[in-house]
Design a protein around this ligand. Sequence first.
Ligand SMILES: [Zn+2]
Length: 477
Amino acid sequence: MADPFPRLFERTVAARFCRALTIEAHRSAQPFYGNRPSPRGFAVAFFEPALEKMRPAKIEALQLERLKKIVRYAAARVPFYKAGLKRAKVSPDKIRKLEDVARLPFTVKADLRDNYPYGLLAVPLSEVVEFHASSGTTGKPTVVGYTRRDRETWTRMVARCYAATGARKGDVVQNAYGYGLFTGGLGLHYGGQAMGLAVWPMSSGNTKRQLLFMKDMGTTILASTPSYALYLAEEAKREGYDPRKDFKLRIGIFGAEPWSEEVRDKVESSLGLRAHDIYGLSELYGPGVAIECEEQEGLHLWSDEFLWETIDPETGEPTEPGERGELVFTMLTREAMPLIRYRTRDLARVDTEECGCGRYHPRIMRVTGRSDDMLIIGGVNVFPSQVEDALMRIPGVGEWYEIIVDRDILDKLHVRVEVEPKVYDSPAFDPNVLQQTITEELRSVLTVFARVELLKPGTITRTEGKAKRVVDLRKQA
Ligand SMILES: [Zn+2]
């Protein structure tokens, strides 16, 4: 432990914190900004231009330098990693190239729980400035600590995310993510402030007040879960607002649950904004690990901070380049709680091609499901995201649905779906035809039979946080 703590990582990066925003000409000009003309013309903004536009070879060199340091650091300070490396018979000096990361053992969520509460901390409590914890659906919460520098790093990444969506000084952020132990609220809060935006710390819930603020405060950026954005759009209509006239929304930052292109279309057209997918996990700082830029073609993953891999979730072996797999991240600079080869259970494909926005950071081509969420129905793998994709393609289907899996002798898939209000009220609406269309579409996509039940609009309970769309009754038996 020769390195004194404050000089562990390069200070130059931190020195750029809160630097002025750089705006440059956009390479692929887009005439419209969401549904409104862009106020600044075709400009693209960077929060940290040098790091955001870094070329792949430079990123890789930086990754390697940081990987060597963080492995040595974790092994020296965290007994869990020391023991893990010993078991795998790898000494930190054996890390000579990026591919060597594959020699290190994985870290999984259960390791965080087993070391509850402070077992994975690499620093004394006196160095920690903040904690977050994810709600433990099964027992103990997952605890994550941040040093002052970690919180700065997280803040910078979220600020980059805002810049990538086209946020500018003068924008008003309505942050409807939950504040508290959940990382969504404070993450989007810190990043927005660092970008120089005005942030309303609304937190989730109290929909009437959200809508009132949206109108009266001139909100231009809405940050929330995608399902809550849908709900806000519905309630806005019910409360008599015309979102396109009454609201000034232009950017939506939606994350914390998977969503489809069809949901994007619905949110964009009903709220009159441009929807951006943001990715993160509380274990990896929180939101801001990756974001969709103005090109809306995949989520830029800040690879100077995260070394990513995609693996086959069954075998743990790396997938072929560009192939879909489970995302695995090594956090390259986190001081309070280093994470090495953390298995996210999220399945996605990563694209390393250069993007039209000028960023070379690889893009996650949307998280298409979690390996945890995969349902095995009569021996067939079914992802809830496939069901959503299929449903949202069918005209007349509303935004709300539920997937219920049960078993008597055989597994049974039951999909309950709301009909779009306009269609439901139309005299020409024939439920039998719609039901049959959905049944056939699901059968062709999933290759299993689903019993489809059509519901009156508003039947399914609305949520203000993450939507609970799947109920597996087999697990409760
Ligand atoms: Zn881009």
